[in-house]
Design a binder for this molecule. Structure first.
Ligand SMILES: [Zn+2]
Length: 149
């Protein structure tokens, strides 16, 4: 192979890699926007998790919180009254809890469910995900208390 031809080929590969990276980042951004909707289907949610990173997920929680929605994308509860307290002291456990993250959710259950999902989101580069095995995401089992209300 001539040097010129080799260089051209390398250049082409590099351009293809850049295009792929940009497309993956754009897709992740689009997913963040989609997950700001109040009603997200479970199956669609799980599909989308494979194409975002933990920082994208954190953006989703933050943006939903700003829009006065529960931070957990599968929950459509509006969180109107947000505590202004930053810490809560538990006398029984003699512990101080930071509420910064917790107050972005309508309930302790949604907070746990969200943390559970977040811990499963891969940290690998988004544009290399197609070469990886897709994780088997598991949703936090939400107890249905509707009957006891
Ligand atoms: Zn919720």
């Amino acid at each position: 192979m001539t040097t010129n031809k080799k260089n051209a080929e390398l250049r082409e590969q590099l351009i293809a890699a850049v295009i792929k990276k940009r497309a993956a980042l754009a897709r992740a951004h689009q997913i963040v926007v989609t997950l700001l909707e109040p009603q997200i289907e479970e199956a669609a949610f799980i599909d989308m998790l494979a194409e975002i990173g933990p920082e994208n997920y954190a953006d989703v929680v933050e943006e939903r919180h700003i829009n006065k929605l529960c931070g957990y994308p599968l929950c459509a509860v509006a969180v109107e009254k947000v505590t202004t307290k930053k810490y809560q002291i538990c006398g029984i456990k003699n512990k101080v809890y930071d509420l910064t993250e917790r107050k972005k959710f309508c309930s302790g259950q949604c907070f746990k469910a969200s943390e559970y999902i977040k811990s499963q989101i891969p940290t690998s580069p988004l544009w290399l995900r197609d070469k990886e095995q897709r994780p088997n995401f598991k949703l936090f089992p939400i107890k249905n208390d509707a009957t006891s209300l």
